[in-house]
Design a protein around this ligand. Structure first.
Ligand code: CAA
Length: 379
C-alpha cells in the first residue's frame, strides 16, 4: 500500500492550489453574490490543462491519472465549488465518456476542443420527471432518414447556457425502457435548441444551472454515440466516474472550511487566549480533521481503483456518500467556530456550507448512492 503522492501528483496539487488562491479566491464572494459564471477563470483552467485531465494527449488532454484529477478537484473546491463543478462535468461526464465510447470522427470533432478547454460540455440526462429515476426519460429522438428529431425538456443542467457541446439522452424506443435510451452530441445554436430558466440556487450560485428545451431539433445520425439503446449504459458508466469527481469536490469543500476555521481559531481571542486553546474548539477541530482524512482515503481509493482498471462503481458511491456528509458536517462546524463572523459572507465559510448541500444531491442523491452500494453488496 502506497500513501504518498508521486512528484507529478504533487505538482498538480501545487498548481491547483496556486490557481485557487491567486485566480479563484479574489472574486469568489462577488461571483456568489451576483450568481456570475466564472467564464474567464474556466478559460484559464482550460489553458492550464484542468478541463481534460484524464484524456489521452492525442485528443489534446492531459494524459493524467484519476488520482491527479481528484487532487486538483479537491484543491479548487476548497475555494470555488462553482468553478469546480463545471470542471467536473467537463472532465468526467463529457470528456471521459467520449474518449471511451465515441467514434474517432466524434473524438476529432468534439472531444479535442472539450479536452483542451477551448469548448465547454454539458450532460443532459435529468428531466422534470426523471431525476433519481433516470430511466423515465420523456425526451424522445425519432429517426427520420439521415438524422434524428429530438423533442423534450431537460432540467438542472450544469453549464446549461454556457456550454458549447451537449450530451443529450433521449428515448429512441419507448417500448424498451432504459434499453431504448440513446445518447447524442448536440451543438449549441442548433435550430429548435434553447436554454431556459436559470435556477436561483442556495449554493454553487456562480455555476450555471438551467433547463434545456428541444423542439424538433435535427441531429445527424453520426452524432449518436454508440448504438441505439446504449445511452443508459453510457450515463451509468460515466456517472460512476463523475461521482468520484463530486466526492472530491465535497472533500475539498470540507477541507477548505476546515482550513479557514483552523486559521481563524488560532487568531481569534476570547477569555484572554486564542479560541484554539479552548478544548471545546480543539475537539471540534479534531473531529473535523479526522472525518476529512477518512473521506480523503475513500475518495483517493475510488480514484486508485479506476486507475487500476478495477471495478469502482461501489467505491465511488461510498466516497460520494461519505464525503458529502463530511462536507455538510465540517462546514457547519466551521461556521460555528467563526461565531457571528461565520454567518457573514466575508469569512467564506457560510458559502462553503451552502455549497456543501448540493454534493448530497447531484450526480445521484445520497439515497441513490445507498442503492448502488447495497446492490453491490447483495449481488
Ligand atoms: N454502474 C453501471 N451500471 C449501472 C449502475 C451503475 N452504477 N446502476 C445501474 N446500472 C445498470 C444496471 O445494471 C441495469 O443494467 P441492465 O439492464 O443491463 O442489467 C441498468 O443500469 C438499469 O438499472 P436498474 O434496473 O437497477 O434500474 P433502476 O431504475 O432500478 O435504478 C438507478 C437505476 C441506479 C436508480 C439509476 O437510475 C440512477 O443512477 N439514478 C440516479 C441518476 C443520477 O445520478 N442523476 C444525476 C444527473 S447528472 C448530474 O447531476 C450532473 C450535473 O449536472 C452535476
Amino acid at each position: 500500500m502506497q500513501f504518498e503522492l508521486t512528484e507529478e501528483q504533487l505538482a498538480v496539487q501545487a498548481a491547483a492550489r496556486d490557481f485557487a488562491k491567486n485566480e479563484l479566491l479574489p472574486g469568489v464572494i462577488q461571483r456568489d453574490i451576483e450568481s456570475r459564471f466564472p467564464a474567464e477563470e474556466i478559460k484559464k483552467m482550460g489553458e492550464l490543462g484542468f478541463m481534460g485531465m484524464m484524456i489521452d494527449p492525442k485528443y489534446d488532454g492531459g494524459g493524467m491519472d484519476a488520482l491527479s484529477y481528484v487532487i486538483a478537484m479537491e484543491e479548487l473546491s476548497k475555494i470555488d465549488a462553482s468553478a469546480s463543478v463545471a470542471m467536473s462535468v467537463n472532465n468526467s461526464l463529457v470528456c471521459w465518456g467520449m474518449e471511451n465510447y465515441a467514434s474517432e470522427n466524434q473524438k476529432e470533432k468534439y472531444l479535442k476542443p472539450l479536452a483542451s478547454g477551448q469548448k465547454l460540455g454539458a450532460f443532459a440526462l435529468s428531466e422534470p420527471e426523471a431525476g433519481s429515476d433516470a430511466t423515465s426519460q420523456k425526451t424522445e429522438a425519432r429517426l427520420d432518414g439521415d438524422h434524428y428529431v429530438i423533442n423534450g425538456t431537460k432540467n438542472w443542467i450544469t453549464n446549461g447556457s454556457k456550454a458549447d457541446t451537449y450530451l443529450v439522452f433521449a428515448q429512441t424506443d419507448h417500448s424498451k425502457g432504459h434499453k431504448g435510451i440513446s445518447v447524442f452530441i448536440v451543438e449549441k445554436g442548433w435550430d429548435g435548441f434553447t436554454s431556459g430558466h436559470k435556477e436561483d440556487k442556495l449554493g454553487i450560485r456562480a455555476s450555471d444551472t438551467t433547463s434545456l428545451m428541444f423542439t424538433d431539433v435535427k441531429v445527424p445520425v453520426e452524432n449518436r454515440i454508440g448504438e441505439e439503446g446504449f445511452g443508459f449504459k453510457y450515463a451509468m458508466e460515466t456517472l460512476n466516474g463523475g461521482r468520484i469527481g463530486i466526492a472530491a469536490q465535497a472533500l475539498g469543500i470540507a477541507a477548505g472550511a476546515y482550513e479557514f476555521a483552523l486559521a481563524y481559531a488560532k487568531e481569534r481571542k476570547t477569555f484572554g487566549k486564542p479560541i484554539s486553546q479552548h478544548q471545546a474548539i480543539q475537539f471540534k477541530l479534531a473531529d473535523m480533521a479526522t472525518t476529512i482524512e477518512a473521506a480523503r482515503l475513500l475518495v483517493y481509493k475510488a480514484a486508485w481503483l479506476k486507475d487500476q482498471g478495477k471495478d469502482y462503481a461501489q467505491a465511488s458511491a461510498m466516497a460520494k456518500l461519505y464525503a458529502s456528509q463530511v462536507a455538510m458536517d465540517v462546514s457547519i462546524e466551521a461556521v460555528q467556530i467563526h461565531g457571528g463572523y461565520g454567518y457573514v459572507r466575508e469569512y467564506h465559510v457560510e458559502r462553503l456550507m451552502r455549497d456543501a448541500k448540493i454534493t448530497q444531491i447531484y450526480e445521484g442523491t445520497s439515497e441513490i448512492q445507498k442503492i448502488v452500494i447495497s446492490r453491490g453488496l447483495l449481488r
